[in-house]
Design a protein around this ligand. Structure first.
Ligand SMILES: [Zn+2]
Length: 244
């Protein structure tokens, strides 16, 4: 071949090679975008049922103002412990009396309240965080400070307090629906899931729970489940029905 022809052939080959590379890159980008929008991307929900606003575990932790790393394993039990606190106790389901109990300190409760250690530790973390966030714990109407009034109780197998995972707390003279108007309740109802708790008998759910709204009663289930229950607006009854 002539020198000139050789040069033309070579530059054509180079141009063709460049064309192939560009095409391959474009195709790869297109496939990646298609897969991502189809839900195959990293971190995308695997099913529709899971497409609730879920934050990563580190994000949940970063919402605490104080360092609660010592409490993390109680707030968010993992492994076989994750599902260990879902006992359903209601009119239809009897509970077994919890044996593993610890007493709350006098600074948290005026009465002798005991709870399962996991619930007690998670509760302590929650109360510490409330203080750190300067949530108003005094009820201006009663001038009483938020305090825990009940924990474990085994007088009735159909009373959830038998689990040692149920906590009553309020700033009223007695357990009273007016507690819902306090700043403390407002904070608790929005934030208790971050510590593994749920409002056990929410407003408007008495047909499901069989119990009218109790703003003072919280139930420890662990953060994994509390988060699902909170963001899906469920009761424990509805949640357990859905996961079975
Ligand atoms: Zn109660």
């Amino acid at each position: 071949m002539k020198k000139r022809t050789k040069r033309i052939v070579r530059s054509s080959l180079v141009a063709f090679a460049v064309f192939l590379v560009v095409t391959a890159v474009c195709a790869a980008v297109f496939v990646a975008i298609s897969l991502k929008s189809a839900g195959f991307g990293v971190g995308a929900p695997a099913t529709e049922a899971e497409s609730v606003p879920v934050e990563s575990e580190t994000e949940a932790r970063s919402e605490y103002l104080i360092d609660l790393s010592d409490y993390e394993k109680y707030i968010n039990p993992t492994g076989s412990r994750r599902d260990a606190f879902l006992a359903l106790v209601n009119a239809e389901n009897a509970g077994k009396a919890e044996k593993e109990l610890v007493a709350l300190g006098p600074e948290r409760s005026k009465s002798d309240v005991t709870l399962h250690p996991y619930a007690a530790m998670a509760l302590e973390a929650m109360l510490m965080e409330m203080e750190a966030e300067n949530v108003r714990l005094i009820n201006p109407d009663t001038r009483l400070t938020l305090s825990v009034t009940a924990g474990f109780r085994d007088s009735d197998v159909h009373d959830e307090h038998i689990t040692g995972l149920s906590v009553d707390m309020h700033s009223c003279a007695v357990s009273d629906i007016s507690f819902k108007n306090t700043e403390a309740y407002g904070w608790l109802s929005e934030n208790c899931w971050k510590f593994g708790f749920i409002v056990r008998y929410p407003e408007g759910k008495s047909a499901v729970t069989g119990v009218s709204f109790r703003p003072w009663q919280f139930r420890y289930v662990g953060r994994f489940h509390a988060k699902e229950i909170h963001f899906n607006n469920l009761t424990l009854e509805e949640y357990l029905k859905g996961t079975k």
